[in-house]
Design a protein around this ligand. Structure first.
Ligand code: SF4
Length: 64
């Protein structure tokens, strides 16, 4: 699975790093999230999917 965050859509709600901190973090001093790795390891796929479902602006893209 590959994941990316569209910083143009992200509103900085911090839901994705709360749900899946191994993959998502907030830029320091900035209200955007980013994916620390593009390639998601299998054991983290469920929380990445949950974060993508939870994101209020659908800024998280997944490629299975
Ligand atoms: S859940 Fe969506 S809007 Fe919230 S910080 Fe993550 S990418 Fe941004």
């Amino acid at each position: 699975m590959k994941v990316s965050v569209d910083q143009g859509l992200c509103i900085g709600c911090e839901a994705c790093p709360a749900l899946c901190p191994e993959v998502f973090q907030m830029y320091p001093n900035c209200d955007f999230a980013y994916a620390v790795t593009e390639d998601v390891s299998p054991e983290l796929e469920d929380c990445v999917r949950e974060a993508a479902r939870t994101c209020p602006v659908e800024a998280i893209s997944i490629e299975e």
